[in-house]
Design a protein around this ligand. Structure first.
Ligand code: GAP
Length: 457
């Protein structure tokens, strides 16, 4: 199936039915813009993260991993510009008090607008088109002026570090933890410039209108790399990083026709150049999955200024503040892209087969071990295979329903291989290995099974 033929509502209900994604606090009616990853979802999520970590830390000589705390000194968000400049334009319906995000509403009616415009610019566009924008709740067009609404989420953690009574915010973007630890990494790891720091961390935003399932949520994870280069030596590495990030998505199984580049017209306060990699989400269409930003020396200069600590890099006596090239990917959006790309349905003998065509490295379950029947010792023998294989892979053991039904169940959750132990297995010490996509079956000696699967997974 092409993505254009897929329906996002069907994928959302599939994600719930099969234990991939649940609405947060569902038994209390659900918390808007917050989602939980279920038993299979967390496996898929972890596999995406593992792949990202491998590509961005373990396979790169000059990149260092990090896991910084979420709570930070409140002054961090002043230095970063978030307390003053991190906002979306919001207007209120004067009739029913519900709120809209004005830049998105303008975009929906085909007007080029975004959150980086000034209040004046956005209000001019808003009031020139006001009749075309309807309140989702009451259907009216009686709106207040758009005002910038700050997206930072406050906590009530005691603030004993800074003067005054500033709140301790939850991170508005995960990457600030990298800038705060830049000096620690330099002092402990003694990298040569250029070098990178990579992290997967949570971010929280008070989104006015969380929407589109995992696409725009209030709590999400970002996988970031920050590459520190000598001042103005940014162009060549920026192009190289862009190429690598594009390739990573192809290696994740996303097809090239569902990906595109888009350059930012209006830049956020910290960036001198910015590109997005967009994905063609079912029903929603193309939208941002990852941002690649040339942040100049903005962040380290600001943190030097606000903290009073010199963050220059000393390269054999030559001191300078490095420039930063950032890649920032929303984990939830990539998860949704991977799930959407893999979701497929096909007709087989008048029956519909639902299959999740995930790459083996991403599949939540790698191997299902199925005794043909429970009796005559087949179950016990099959269980021995399960015990052995699950030392290495996430496996399931299933002995209920017909083997055909069990195959279909594994197809739906993307399990690439099913291993069936049948009556002949006792005689020939072999099992049947069935591959998910081709449904081809092959007889493999039990003694060779580990090596056989190793080569394929
Ligand atoms: N440090 C740079 C930064 O935060 P961003 O473009 O605001 O840049 C980077 O965010 C990525 O984080 C986006 O490309 C998107 O994938 C993800 N993201 C941003 N806001 C999100 C939200 N409300 N829900 C889910 N993902 C989001």
């Amino acid at each position: 199936m092409k993505n254009e033929e897929k329906n996002i509502d069907e994928i959302i209900s599939f994600a719930k039915e099969k234990g991939f994604v649940f609405q947060s606090s569902e038994i209390y009616g659900g918390l808007a813009g917050v989602y939980d990853f279920g038993p299979l979802g967390v496996e898929l999520l972890n596999n995406i993260k593992k792949d990202w970590w491998k590509a961005n830390v373990q396979k790169k000589m000059n990149y260092f991993g990090l896991d910084s705390a979420m709570f930070k000194d409140p002054r961090v968000w002043d230095a970063s510009g978030h307390t003053s400049g991190f906002s979306d334009p919001m207007a209120e319906c004067k009739d029913c008090n519900s709120r809209i995000r004005v830049d998105k509403e303008l975009e929906n009616i085909g007007i080029d607008a975004d959150e980086k415009m000034s209040e004046k610019e956005i209000n001019e566009l808003f009031f020139a088109n006001i009749g075309k924008i309807k309140c989702k709740k009451c259907g009216g067009s009686n709106f207040s002026e758009a005002k910038n609404f700050n997206l930072l989420v406050k906590s009530n953690l005691g603030d004993f570090t800074s003067k005054g009574d500033k709140p301790v915010y939850l991170p508005g973007e995960a990457c600030q933890g990298i800038y705060l630890n830049y000096k620690n990494v330099v002092d402990s790891m003694h990298p040569k410039i250029p070098f990178g720091i990579a992290q997967i961390g949570k971010a929280f935003r008070n989104e006015i209108s969380p929407r589109n399932f995992l696409f725009r949520t209030r709590e999400f994870e970002q996988a970031d790399t920050q590459f520190f280069v000598r001042p103005e030596e940014n162009k060549e590495p920026y192009e190289k990083i862009k190429k690598e990030r594009w390739q990573w998505y192809l290696d994740l199984g996303l097809s090239v026709k569902n990906l595109l580049w888009s350059q930012h017209k209006n830049l956020v306060f910290y960036a001198s150049d910015a590109w997005d990699i967009e994905y063609n989400f079912p029903t929603y269409g193309f939208d941002e999955m990852e941002g690649i930003h040339d942040r100049t020396d903005y962040d380290l200069s600001q943190h030097s200024k606000f903290s009073g600590v010199d963050l220059s890099f000393n390269d054999n006596g030559e001191k300078f503040i490095p420039w930063v090239l950032e890649t920032s990917m929303g984990m939830g959006r990539v998860f949704l892209a991977v799930l959407s790309e893999a979701y497929d349905k096909e007709k087989i003998d008048d029956e519909e087969r639902r299959v999740l065509r995930l790459l083996s490295k991403l599949a939540p379950v790698k191997v299902a071990i199925l005794p043909l029947v429970k009796k005559d010792g087949l179950k016990e023998e099959a269980y021995k295979i399960y015990e052995e294989l699950s030392e290495k892979y996430n496996c399931v053991f299933s002995d209920t329903a017909t083997v055909g039904k069990r195959y279909r169940k594994q197809d739906e959750i993307g399990t690439p291989f099913c291993v069936t132990y049948d009556y002949e297995s006792k005689e020939d010490n072999s099992v049947t290995v069935r591959e998910r996509d081709s449904m081809k079956q092959e007889r493999v000696k039990i003694g060779n099974l580990g090596d056989y699967l190793n080569k394929l997974i």
